[in-house]
Ligand binder design. Structure first.
Ligand code: FEC
Length: 310
């Protein structure tokens, strides 16, 4: 028996290489291979971001290491972190198997995404829980941490920095803060899902703390399926803002915590180009990645979840 408490740190996962993109995409599509057109489009997006590397892998590795360091500081020798990815190896189930193989009997699961939805974080938790039950590991979970004061502080600093950077570029033009997150199929609304409410709570709290009175929320990165997705998408929001006279926009993708495809492509390339077309200046806040305040948010959320277990 291993006396340590396991911490299963779960993240989205990214391909290992360009050859691996098809298998990754097939996994996201629950076993349905993409058409050659869809595959080529996704590969093209990866190629367009910083030379076709997969930054999410390194960022997730860094976050897991950073969380382990913080937990060591809070409770030396008590916790051991394991990684489990939704759509790539090591899969969530592999992380639980590794904990069990190391003799871990009790664990906490946490997802590298602050807001709860049955379709996102709920899916990670379900997979971990099933494997843990099968292998006799007792698991509890952090469901959300979207209002953790340190997360809000880290995001607030970024919005303040982003606004001053934008003011320098535009010669002090008034700017709109556009909070964003990954869209989900509209059907989550029928399930009374907390995702939208939690995103608005984070956005309102950060806007208030940053002193940004002009802000709104928009969706991004909707999937390529036939279901209706939550909108409006940022690409629809920008022309409306332009009509309203807005010329400078700071995007704050508060639903994400790393530099990855949905930020580096969907915002930095696609949304930026759309803004340029409209003669608007668009900037984005820096992502959290391994920010110490984010690492503390995760570590404190884990220790609080354990305290509740006792
Ligand atoms: O950098 C990378 O390699 C990965 C970037 C990436 C992140 C991410 C986060 C979220 N997703 C969420 C929901 C969905 C739903 C579908 C879906 C599809 C994709 C595709 C790619 C992709 N997602 Fe993703 N997502 C990332 C990447 N996502 C690539 C497939 C091509 C496309 O549709 O664009 C639709 C699945 C289906 O077909 O049924 C739903 C949510 C998040 C944020 C929370 C989290 O991180 O888990 C929600 C990062």
């Amino acid at each position: 028996i291993n006396p340590k408490i396991g911490v299963l740190v779960m993240s989205y996962g990214t391909p290992e290489s360009m050859e691996d993109v098809e298998a990754y995409y097939t996994h996201i599509r629950r076993g349905h291979a993409p058409t050659p057109e869809l595959l080529a489009e996704l590969k093209g997006r990866y190629e367009a971001i910083v030379g076709g590397v997969f930054p999410l892998r390194e960022n997730t590795n860094g976050q897991v290491a950073g969380l382990q360091d913080k937990l060591e500081q809070l409770a030396p020798g008590k916790y051991a972190c394991y990684q489990g990815l939704k759509h790539a190896k090591p899969y969530i189930e592999n992380g639980v198997e590794q904990m069990a193989a190391d003799g871990i009997k009790q664990a906490v699961g946490i997802v590298l995404a602050p807001h709860y939805s049955t379709m996102s974080v709920g899916g990670y938790i379900k997979r971990a829980q099933e494997k843990a039950e099968e292998l006799g590991v007792k698991m509890s979970f952090v469901k959300e941490y979207h209002m953790h004061p340190k997360l809000l502080q880290a995001l607030t600093e970024r919005v303040k920095d982003g606004l001053s950077g934008l003011a320098e570029q535009t010669g002090g033009m008034p700017a709109k803060v556009l909070f964003s997150a990954h869209s989900l199929p509209e059907k989550i609304r029928e399930l009374g899902d907390p995702y939208e409410r939690q995103l608005l709570e984070t956005s309102a709290a950060v806007a208030k703390a940053a002193g940004a009175t002009d802000w709104q929320f928009t969706w991004q990165s909707a999937g390529r399926t036939r279901d209706p997705w939550l909108g409006p998408d940022i690409l629809e929001t920008l022309p409306v803002l332009r009509e309203e006279g807005v010329k400078a926009v700071l995007v704050a993708p508060v639903g994400f915590v790393s530099d990855h495809l949905e930020v580096l492509y969907d915002l930095d390339i696609e949304a930026k180009a759309a803004a340029k077309e409209l003669d608007m200046t668009l900037d984005r806040i820096a992502m959290l990645n391994r920010d110490p305040l984010y690492m503390e948010t995760l570590a404190e959320s884990v220790t609080q979840a354990m305290a509740r277990e006792r």
